[in-house]
Design a protein around this ligand. Sequence first.
Ligand code: PMP
Length: 314
Amino acid sequence: MKSRGELSGSILDAIGDTPLVEIEGIFCKLEYLNPSGSVKARIAKYMVERAEREGLIRPGDTIVEATSGNTGNALSMVAAVKGYRMLVVMPEGLSGERVAISRAFGADVLHVGHFHVDEALAKAKELGRKEGYFCPSQFESEWNVEENRTWLGPEILSQLPEGVVPDALVMGVGTGGTLVGVGQAFREVNPDVKLFAMEPSESKTLLCGEIGEHLIEGISDGFVPGIFERHESLVDTTLSVESEEAVEAMRWLAKRHGLFVGPSSGANLIAAGRVREMYPDLENVVTLFCDEGEKYIQDHFSEEVRALEAENFT
Ligand code: PMP
């Protein structure tokens, strides 16, 4: 991989190589710094390039994918660079910035369903079967897991201080690709590493099938994804975090540490902190900050939101 100072072929060469920092004794991987603003830049690039190598996509074809936003943004960027058409299928009710970002990359956005991704998923799969379309199927594809096992996971391991191996990985589940794939990479250096899934308290889909609205966009999309179902035995425990706590932690990360991230990063930090408290022998806990705060300005950082907060405060 090229370092950021070298001459690059395209923006896609700047994906990866994100910093690992220690916050409150937890190792946090700053994936929000990837081009297009999230961890999903990695699977987008990986899955499209795999499809090219396997002859599943040809110049002029359309990539179609169901997403709660970040994968849509990332695939739209990849499609722009590589000259494919992009159709993002996403539900209504998620942050407006995500739609604007995909459109800025030249993608078309089709709204199907409200808030949860299941209906969008069915539509994307249906379109993906048509001639000239390719659907990466992030919720089911082993390529998603493979990227995390072979790229993101080893990158984190290489950044940990000399002699440190991870004892636990804590990660919110959207597709489950990050938790499972990075977890598999960690198990190679520490077979006892504990994997903690995180989901919103308002939508405990993994714990008890409950599906509800919540503010931690990008996780708990309204169904148990195929990846998680297939690899569930790798996961030790599932924790839940309330939306309000996640948003509060997100704001604190910006104010206290200068990390302008989204609610799932706040939720991951809270869950990781709980793991440290509950299991003091798990010393080296790793989590990820998945997307950037810019995607939530309307919902969580706008003047209107500030005014409301001020009202509640007085
Ligand atoms: N946080 C955010 C903001 C995301 O967009 C996603 C992916 N949808 C996740 C966490 C979860 O990642 P994964 O799909 O690998 O489970």
